[in-house]
Design a protein around this ligand. Structure first.
Ligand SMILES: C[S@@+](CC[C@H](N)C(=O)[O-])C[C@H]1O[C@@H](n2cnc3c(N)ncnc32)[C@H](O)[C@@H]1O
Length: 197
């Protein structure tokens, strides 16, 4: 097993090259494109977006419409890039940030390729659905044993978790790890909140 380091340290170092890696064909990152595709085909055109573990805020390049973005991330360096894209930023871990946010306080809540870093994903998902006024979109990465063992940040496989009331729920080939070369399948989930018109 590799010696593990904290997510904050790893992603602070990764921030400057993150967008390049995301666009690199060898990484074949599909999860953000797929989330944007789902979102755009449901024809949402404006509102507030909470992008949980937003990284550099790349998602905002892909959504078609007028949206106000707020991003949460554990990495201040990632948030610096998101801020350059117009994000309001919250520098906190998911594990403490979500409980502090009011119910139904953002129209659209995203959480992409980051619940793998959170041990208690079920609690995070409850908060995501509580905070979303209209829709939630999140991804669950099917991390392999080899990836869990060798990736330098502690990660988990939450991809088999039961998710209720999903309008869309399917696997794609999500991404290939730039550090380990391991390809990960990703479960994409789209939920419309009952209270939304
Ligand atoms: C693989 S990147 C995904 C970034 C973006 N959501 C995307 O899909 O391109 C994972 C992000 O999660 C953040 N992260 C990891 N663990 C976190 C935690 N416990 N709380 C908040 N952010 C976290 C990292 O700093 C990083 O920006």
């Amino acid at each position: 097993m590799s010696t593990k380091i904290a997510a904050e340290e790893f992603y602070d170092k990764f921030a400057a090259t993150y967008d390049e890696v995301l666009k690199d064909p060898s990484c074949n990152a599909q999860h953000v494109n797929e989330a944007a595709k789902i979102f755009n085909r449901h024809n949402h055109q404006k509102g507030s977006v909470l992008d949980i573990a937003c990284g550099t805020g790349f998602l905002s390049e892909l959504l078609e419409g007028e949206f106000d973005y707020t991003g949460i991330d554990i990495s201040s360096k990632m948030l610096d890039y998101a801020a350059q894209r117009g994000y309001k930023t919250i520098h906190k871990p998911i594990e403490t940030a979500l409980a502090e946010i009011d119910s139904q306080s953002y129209d659209f809540v995203f959480c992409l390729s980051s619940l793998l870093c959170v041990e208690d994903a079920a609690t995070a998902i409850k908060h995501i659905n509580r905070i979303a006024r209209k829709t939630s979109i999140f991804s669950l990465d099917e991390t392999t044993e080899e990836y869990i063992k060798n990736f330098v940040v502690p990660v988990y496989d939450h991809s088999k978790m039961a998710i209720e009331n999903a309008m869309e729920d399917y696997f794609i080939v999500g991404w290939t790890s730039p550090t380990l070369g391991i390809t990960i399948r990703t479960r994409m989930i789209y939920i419309e909140q009952k209270s939304s018109e």
